[in-house]
Design a protein around this ligand. Sequence first.
Ligand code: FES
Ligand SMILES: [Fe+2]
Length: 360
Amino acid sequence: MATTKEYGLGEFDFPRGWFMIAPATDATRTPTSMRYFGKDLVMYRGESGKVYVTDAYCPHMGAHLAKNSTSYIVLDGEHVEGESIRCPFHGWRFGPDGQCNHIPYSDNFIPKAAKLEHYHVVESAGIVWMWHDPEGLEPEYDLPSFGGHYGEPGWVEWKIDFMGDLNVHGIEIVDNMADLGHFVPIHGAKDFTYFANECMGHIVHQYYSAGHRTLTAEEGDQLVLDTWYEGPGFLQSEMAGAFDSFIMISNTPIEDGISRSWHALMVKVNDGTREITDEDRANALAYQEASRLAFAQDVEIWANKRACLNPLAIPADGPYGKVRLWYKQFYNARDKAPELQKRSDGLYVTMDKRPGSKAA
Ligand code: FES
Ligand SMILES: [Fe+2]
């Protein structure tokens, strides 16, 4: 494991962007503790159904807002009231804006400083997402829409696969975007015809076309993927193989150099004109499982490798340097990002054997 500073990424230890923090089913009326970005946090669901994430420690005297099972606040069901959360220690209650809105033994005085830090959270596609911003600013761009496939007719929604807490910095997970050389040994790719990367502002793409040992319908078919990151926290991929499908792979920092990862995949089982059957669901689940196993091949490497501060890259490797430069923008002040983007923006073709291409 190595830290952000050791990789020389920038001034902030934790990056700016949208991050998966939990499957939506984990957000309930019972506050839960979580740790991300080197901070203790608490998540709860208000009466309206909205999910809130706050700092874990009460500004009054520092009690943990979720880690309690014996206070009468918890036992009497007063822990979450409406959209507010009440501290188990002295019962101070904090509203959806973080401001203290009730002190049970002080009718006419509530200090202004009694405010809990709140984080920007969105629930989408069965997942709770948080905007993390080291400068404390509002989101720079909206949470992506996952190809519009979640809930789209003809598509089976994903289930969430927890992949583990890995002793690896997010940069090494994002390196995969440029890593042409690992697809044959790790993932069972074969007969590559195209591999390229494109950096465009806060987005990086990988364009991929190759055969595969298991994920194509017929021997000789190509698996065609457009895979991208919008910010540093999660990958999305439109994959045309035995089925059309959509992959999400997340990496969220817990501590500097330790990442939590989830995988999920949606499958198109028909054109949307007929009901989804049990058989469709079984096919989709089996396809998700094949994709999870393919990702687990990366995870096993990451879980056991030493840190790679500088890849010993050769020309036939993909553009690690450009992808790492792209990744740096999220560890530096927002107003420095355009300068870094200018240095990484562009299309980088590592392999092109398509019929008619110059290199074929
Ligand atoms: S420590 Fe939370 S109300 Fe006192
Ligand atoms: Fe991989």
